[in-house]
Design a protein around this ligand. Structure first.
Ligand SMILES: [Zn+2]
Length: 489
C-alpha cells in the first residue's frame, strides 16, 4: 500500500450527523439471509428502490445520474466558490462507462440528467477547495454515501429535494488525483470511481463494519491485510484498499492495471440487492492480457459462452471455475484467467457464470476447466489441461498433458452418474500411435466415451502418470490396440 489511501473511510467522522433517513425510497431488507462472503461488503441491505423505476421523474425506465449536481446546487452554502471542475468529454465518458458496466450485470439502466433533482447517483469532481472547506485531508481520493446514510432528502413523495451535499447517493472524486489516462477503464482513478459508486449503490468496505456489514476475517482495522482467506483484494472486490494483483499499487499513475468493472464479490453483492441482468445469447470473451491489461469479473449466466485466447501473444492461464462465494474459502472470489507470468490482467468468473468453451493461445498454456465447460481447444504450444467431466479436449501440435478429473471426459452427461458410480464401466483404452489419440471405451458396449488427441501423457486423478511411451510398450507387447487399462484407472 502506498501512503495514499484509496479513499476515505467512507464518511467516518460524519456519523454524529444523525439526520433521519427518508425511508420512502430505501427499503431496508437487512442481511439476515446472507451468510456468504458478500456479507462483508453489503452496507446494510438498504438499496435504491428501482422497482417500477418510480424514482425516475422522466418515467422512461432509466435511472438518473448527474455530475457535479450537489456541489453546484449548494455552492453558495458550502464555501461560496466553485468546488468542482467541469467534466471534460473524457470524464463524462468515464462516468457513463462505469454506469454501463453496472448494467452488464444488474437489471438497471442509467441515464445522464442535467438536473440534480432528477438523479439518484451524483458524481462530483471535487477540487481542492472542496476538500479544504469540508475539513478533509487533501490525501483523500474519494468519498461515497450509501443509500440512507446522511440523507438530506426533504420528504415529498412526488418531488423529493436534496438539501445538502451529504445526501445519500452523492460521491466526490478528488480531482488532484486525475492524471493522463485516468479516464481509461482499468486506470487507478477509474477503479476508485467504481469504489465510490459502489458505496453509493449500497456497498461497504470488506475490512470494516460500515452499515451492518461484517468484517472480512483477518482484516479488522487493517485494510492492507489479505485476510484469513485472502479474500481482501481488488480483483475480487473494488471495495477493498488492497491492490495485490496490480504491479502498480495504490496511486498508480497509469491508465491500466486495475479494474475495468466490478469484482466477483461485488457482482454477487449488488445482484443480491438488485437482481441479475438478462444474459441471454452467446458471448465470446477475448483474453489478451497484453493488450487489455485490466481486470474484470465476467457475468453471463446463460448461453454457449467462450473464453478465447487465440489472439494472445503470450501464454495464458485459463480457468473457468467460478467464484464459490464461501465465507471461508480462498476461492470465494474465484480463479484468475490471465497471463502465465509478469504483468497481470484478465478475467474472473462471477457466480453464476457459465463458460462452455475454452480456446487457448498458441503458447504453453495452463487450462483448468470448470464443471460447466464442455470443449477445450488448446491451440499450439506445450499445454497442460485439467479437464473435468463432460469435456472434449482437442490438443494442438505441441507436447500436451491432460489430467482427467473424473472418468467421463467427452461423454454425454446422461451417463455421467453411471460412470461415477461404476468406474469399471470404462476400463478400455485404444491407442492410435499415428495421431497420438487415446480413447476411453465403455467396457460393456464398446462405445467411445472419451477422446484425447495429440497428447503426450495422460493422468487420471490420484493415479500414476502413464506416458505415451509406456502405452506404446504395452501395446507392442500385447500386439493389439485394445487393452485393459485397469492398472491405470
Ligand atoms: Zn470507501
Amino acid at each position: 500500500m502506498s501512503k495514499i489511501p484509496k479513499s476515505a473511510p467512507s464518511t467516518r467522522g460524519l456519523e454524529t450527523n444523525s439526520r433521519s433517513a427518508i425511508s420512502l425510497q430505501l427499503p431496508t431488507i437487512g442481511l439476515g439471509s446472507v451468510t456468504n462472503v458478500t456479507r462483508t461488503i453489503i452496507w446494510g441491505g438498504r438499496k435504491w428502490n428501482f422497482s417500477g423505476m418510480s424514482s425516475d421523474p422522466s418515467g422512461n425506465g432509466k435511472i438518473g445520474y448527474s455530475i457535479n449536481g450537489s456541489l453546484k446546487r449548494f455552492e453558495s452554502v458550502y464555501g461560496g466558490s466553485a468546488q468542482y471542475n467541469d467534466p471534460t468529454v473524457a470524464e463524462r465518458t468515464m462516468i457513463a462507462n462505469v454506469m454501463s458496466g453496472i448494467s452488464e450485470f444488474l437489471p438497471i439502466e442509467f441515464e445522464y440528467k442535467a438536473d440534480f433533482n432528477d438523479s439518484i447517483i451524483d458524481v462530483n469532481l471535487a477540487n481542492s477547495l472542496f476538500w479544504s472547506y469540508q475539513g478533509f485531508s487533501p490525501n483523500v481520493v474519494g468519498i461515497g454515501l450509501p443509500p440512507g446514510e446522511y440523507s438530506d432528502w426533504t420528504y415529498d413523495p412526488v418531488n423529493p429535494v436534496k438539501t445538502s451535499i451529504y445526501s445519500d447517493g452523492c460521491l466526490y472524486m478528488n480531482t488532484n488525483y486525475a492524471h493522463a489516462g485516468h479516464t481509461n477503464p482499468g486506470s487507478w482513478y477509474y477503479s476508485v470511481l467504481l469504489h465510490e459508486i459502489g458505496h453509493a449503490m449500497g456497498l461497504a468496505h470488506p475490512f470494516d463494519n460500515g452499515g451492518v456489514s461484517t468484517i472480512m476475517p483477518g482484516t479488522s482495522g487493517r485494510p492492507a491485510y489479505p485476510g484469513k482467506y485472502r479474500q481482501n483484494d481488488f480483483i475480487y472486490t473494488v471495495m477493498t484498499y488492497r491492490l495485490d494483483e496490480s504491479v502498480y499499487g495504490s496511486g498508480g499513475i497509469t491508465s491500466y492495471g486495475y479494474n475495468e468493472n466490478y469484482g466477483t464479490i461485488d457482482v454477487a453483492a449488488l445482484q443480491w440487492l438488485y437482481g441479475r441482468a438478462d444474459s441471454s445469447g452467446n458471448k465470446t470473451f477475448e483474453l489478451n492480457p497484453v493488450s487489455t491489461r485490466t481486470w474484470k469479473a465476467l457475468y453471463d449466466s446463460s448461453g454457449n459462452n467462450t473464453i478465447d485466447a487465440s489472439g494472445s501473444s503470450v501464454a495464458v492461464i485459463i480457468d473457468t471455475r467460478r467464484a464459490n462465494l464461501s465465507a471461508k474459502s480462498t476461492k470465494a472470489g474465484g480463479y484468475v484467467s490471465t497471463r502465465r507470468s509478469n504483468l497481470k490482467a484478465g478475467f474472473l468468473l462471477s457466480n453464476p457464470t457459465y463458460i462452455k468453451n475454452i480456446v487457448g493461445s498458441n503458447y504453453n498454456d495452463l487450462i483448468n476447466s470448470g464443471w460447466y465447460t464442455n470443449t477445450i481447444d488448446t491451440g499450439a504450444g506445450n499445454n497442460t489441461v485439467n479437464a473435468f467431466p463432460n469435456t472434449t479436449v482437442t490438443c494442438g501440435s505441441g507436447s500436451n498433458t491432460v489430467n482427467v478429473h473424473g472418468f467421463n471426459v467427452d461423454i454425454s452427461s446422461a451417463t455421467f452418474a453411471n460412470v461415477h458410480k461404476r468406474k469399471r464401466a470404462y476400463k478400455a483404452i485404444i491407442v492410435n500411435r499415428i495421431n497420438k489419440t487415446v480413447s476411453l471405451r465403455r467396457r460393456r458396449t464398446g462405445a467411445v466415451v472419451g477422446t484425447f488427441r495429440n497428447i503426450s501423457s495422460i493422468k487420471f486423478k490420484r493415479r500414476r502418470k502413464t506416458t505415451m511411451a509406456r502405452l506404446y510398450r504395452i501395446m507392442r507387447r500385447r500386439r493389439r490396440t485394445v487393452m485393459n487399462v485397469k492398472r491405470f484407472v
